[in-house]
Design a protein around this ligand. Sequence first.
Ligand code: ZN
Length: 571
Amino acid sequence: MAFETWVYPATLILEHRVPAAAEFLTRMVDRRQGGLPYFRVLLDGRPPVAQHDWPDWGDMTARFAEALAMARLMTGSDRWLGSERELFGLLLSFFGEDGLNYRSKTDWSGDDALLFDQSRVLTTMVSWCMLGGDERASRLARRQIDALTRVAEKQGEVWRFPGRAYPRGGRAPGREGWVSGYDGGSGTKGLADPCYEGGVLISPVVMLYDMEGYDPAFELARGLVNWVLTADGIAEDGRFRDHVHSRLATAAGLLRYALLTGRDDILERGKRAVDFALNLSTAFGWVPEYVERPEGCEVCCIMDLLDCLFLLGRSGQGQYYDVAERVIRNHLVESQLRDTGWLPTGQPGADSERTSTSGMPQRLFGAFAGWSAPNDFIGRDVWALQNCCTPAGIRACYLAWNEVVGGDWMNTRINLLLNHAGEAASVRSWLPWEGRVEVKVKQAKPVEIRVPDWVEHTQVAATIDGQAAPLAWSGNCVKFGEYGKSSLQPGQLVTVTFPVRETTTTESRGGATAGNPFTVHWRGDTVVQIEPAGTHYPLYSRRAEAAEQPEEREQTLVESPGAIAWEPLGD
Ligand SMILES: [Zn+2]
């Protein structure tokens, strides 16, 4: 990977949020069980208690492994490489002969392959395929797709899974391996759901097809898309019920499938689902985990939302980048725990087979919230971390980092106004203190810079290398240079300035959370205060970056390639 040193204002740098989260992950594994992650942390214990639970196998292990790889790529640090290798090794050990990824029998889990787990594992396998050089990932991903195809129940064009878990070695007449009424412990009760068991698989399956042209992947994706659409997992008008994380992950799958196949009707259904989710959420990116219980936000939902917003942005609907910028600057980064002094303390006991209290609560520093209120790290009545949410926080930062500079062979496009080092261009941003963004051109192409949706076009000014530059608008972007005629040249510096809007809004999302409705104070796209303040760990109360002019410091950052690119893990 390449590094670049430049002077940046001390405003948000996403890369700087990642190391504490990665450190947290390395502290959230069970050394006595080969590094198996803990899914849950009960924050109201004295001290807090890390606890194993039903998703600790494929689901948690895959997310932890992928997040540590992403942290390494974003920061250029090898600090967590030992844990990353251990987690990948553990994840591989869970694969059965048949290609599915299995849990083990404990008091809180069955000896089975959860369908939801398969989606998280396959996502990590597909990410790992992009490492280039490790053929194990590609082979295992294809085998997993073959196995899912084999166990899917096919009703014409609709492929579905009859149960939530596939018991290891289970056999039932007429249904290979599915056991009617099987109850493999917590996490497996109830009927299979078209989004939770099916839709969440579409994204990684489409990504593998896109990358390797593996035809069975395309057929599986099509069958699952048909299940979601015909069973109204996401209704015609975009509405859905229940668990937002799996619905937004499904929406991302529909968008990817639609962009691959050119199916505008499916793109529209995915877009409506995203609009429905935005309507449940605050403008600053608090996304409820449940439609019917809108009181807690899992960072997993923020991650899926950003994935969808970027897909829509890339499909030509640039207004979704405005939404994404507000999500990133606010509830994504604000959901990270940066002070453990307020958490309960107590004498840790000896670790048990299921629980661990050593090092608590300091051990939790850097975690991302598992159930936040719009104004508090602790959402209504739930004192817990879900450890899916910290890898989701890293993944969301990674997706955003990769999206700052976009474009194609004809132009470079600045999608997000965040400090960033990229291969095609680097960006420094004085927002929210000052409406000033500078772009260092690194490839000879025209440059488009997105201007926030609250800026009057007549109030924008620009210079190139200090000389006033004329403004040409292309949608919500100002454009400099024209392909084939007057491209900008590497080394040129484009500066765009505009006044920053200060505004106050009222948000009534958050259900029965105390203090709802909230008064929200904004500077540009950044929330600087929420009233009333939260009571346990108030969010938006330490936002110094908006209060004083940022210092400028030299930073050495990894140059993002602008598309997911990995480097070999090595042995
Ligand atoms: Zn989560």
